[in-house]
Design a protein around this ligand. Structure first.
Ligand SMILES: [Ca+2]
Ligand SMILES: [Ca+2]
Length: 123
């Protein structure tokens, strides 16, 4: 089966206002033994770096093409927008490969990875 992971995740800006956009980089790798069909990566703000229910989703999905085993899709400048109703605070940005569960994988629990740095969401 396919197995998608986020093999590298960039860092957000140190701070950004609600309603504004920033660019973000991430790489999706298919580390499985079968091809993965096209999927979408989505992005979240998470206080603890783990994606939990209730984490605010950033606006902007990345289309990831079909990935053969061992191949990657690099997104260098995804444009992500902070929703206007986001609570101010410090957050990691978590990227989640195949967040819409289009791809059947040998491991569905390893698809998200967090930035190492945090972004401060301000008014
Ligand atoms: Ca996976
Ligand atoms: Ca999946």
């Amino acid at each position: 089966m396919a197995d998608l992971i986020e093999s590298s995740v960039g860092d957000p800006p140190a701070s950004i206002k609600r309603g504004r956009s920033f660019t973000f980089a991430d790489t999706v790798l298919n580390q499985g033994i079968a091809s993965a069909r096209a999927s979408k990566t989505r992005y979240y703000l998470s206080a603890d770096g783990n994606k939990n229910a209730g984490d605010k989703r950033l606006q902007g999905d990345r289309a990831v093409p079909v990935l053969a085993p061992g191949s990657s899709s690099v997104g260098t400048a995804m444009n992500l927008t902070v929703p206007g109703d986001t609570d101010i605070g410090l957050y990691f940005v978590v990227a989640c490969a195949d967040d819409k569960t289009d791809v059947d994988e040998s491991d569905e629990e390893n698809n998200c990875a967090a930035s190492s740095g945090k972004v401060e969401i301000t008014k």
